[in-house]
Design a protein around this ligand. Structure first.
Ligand code: P6P
Length: 341
């Protein structure tokens, strides 16, 4: 009890139950009468992966696994040693789960088919960016894992066909932020819940339920180094924001920037640029999962030209997209400036 005689709760909030991520997953499963535990096992694999990757990130400099391995991934980006390590961790934990039919990773050109779709069991596709923002590792900046879960379409002729579903069909999405603490943010499509790893007991503890993004905040997040190659509407928005006392925050890792936006409000943008005319961020395993999280928290997630990210019908698992996401009022503000001429 505290000095006022009130029960001390783990999160200090109304729900006095101490809930771990594992218990939260099982509680969700109990609400699904037909759930056989397959989906829960997949989330359990993601939880274990997060703990393993968190440990490797924190020990990277001590174990000399910082820096690049000198090769490029399918995206043409230099692979960091930990990109490959994190990718292997996820492939090996998910590979051991019966419910996973296909995995697709930013680090792998082709999807990995783990199980065929002939038998009747309901299976899932898991798409992920194993270590988003890994160029921040050397400077101890925030990095993260982003994941998206789709129901496997057993009628599909091939892996790509089963994966190429619009973001609105995700059954779950989330991210792990390896920052000053290790945070696991998850949605099943019924709100957003947040967990923090307690390293003392090795469990993710629930600290927020039903997170809601502030409706507005005078803050934007964009790489202004690319400003000159942004389309004119973004220039107009930045001029307007800067003349209205907006602050600018940019971590250079989508997970870190979006997490700040989720908790504090504001708008995150990755516009089309000269180098990335379609936008830089990947639709399937960056924009879609983050869009689901932000929308479930009451925000908006749009792409060009004024389209909801989750409505985009994908053509390729590695396709890129422009992204404008965050507080509903702030996203509307950006869109309004894109529309004016
Ligand atoms: P830039 C990291 O490489 C990433 O994919 C996202 O995490 C991040 O938002 C973006 O690219 C940063 O790109 O061009 O600003 O360095």
């Amino acid at each position: 009890m505290n000095s006022a005689g009130e029960p001390l709760t783990h999160s200090g909030r109304d729900d006095v139950r101490i809930m771990t991520l594992q218990a939260h997953i099982l509680e969700e499963q109990a609400h699904q009468p037909l759930a056989g535990g397959t989906f829960s096992w997949i989330l359990s694999a993601l939880s274990i992966s997060a703990k393993i990757i968190a440990d490797k990130v924190r020990r990277a400099r001590l174990e000399n696994v910082l820096g690049s391995i000198g090769t490029e991934n399918i995206q043409g980006e230099v692979q960091q040693k930990l990109d490959v390590i994190a990718n292997e961790v996820l492939l090996r934990t998910l590979g051991g789960r019966e419910g996973v039919a296909i995995v697709a990773s930013e680090e792998n050109e082709e999807p990995v088919i783990l199980r065929d779709n002939k038998d009747g069991d309901r299976r899932y596709c898991v798409l992920f960016d194993p270590l988003d923002g890994s160029s921040n590792l050397d400077v101890c900046g925030g990095v993260g894992t982003i994941f998206s879960i789709l129901a496997h379409d057993r009628r599909a002729d091939n892996a790509q066909a089963s994966l190429l579903q619009a973001g609105s069909r995700q059954v779950a999405a989330g991210y792990v932020l390896y920052g000053s603490s290790t945070v696991f943010v998850l949605t099943f499509g019924k709100g957003v819940d947040m967990f923090v790893l307690d390293p003392g007991i090795g469990a993710f503890m629930r600290v927020e339920q039903g997170l809601k993004i502030p409706r507005h905040s005078k803050s934007y997040s964009v790489n202004e180094g690319n400003r000159r190659s942004f389309p004119a509407g973004y220039q107009r928005y930045l001029d307007w924001a800067q003349s209205n006392d907006y602050s600018s925050r940019y971590a250079g890792a989508m997970v870190a920037d979006v997490h700040r936006i989720l908790l504090k409000g504001g708008v995150f943008m990755y516009p089309p640029t000269k180098k990335a005319p379609q936008g830089k961020l990947r639709l399937m395993y960056e924009a879609n999962p983050m869009a689901m999280i932000i929308e479930q928290a009451g925000g908006k997630a749009m792409t060009e030209p004024n389209q909801r990210v989750l409505d985009v019908q994908p053509r390729d698992i590695h396709q890129r997209t422009a992204v404008i996401l965050g507080s509903a009022d702030e996203v509307d503000n950006v869109i309004a400036h894109l529309a004016t001429h």
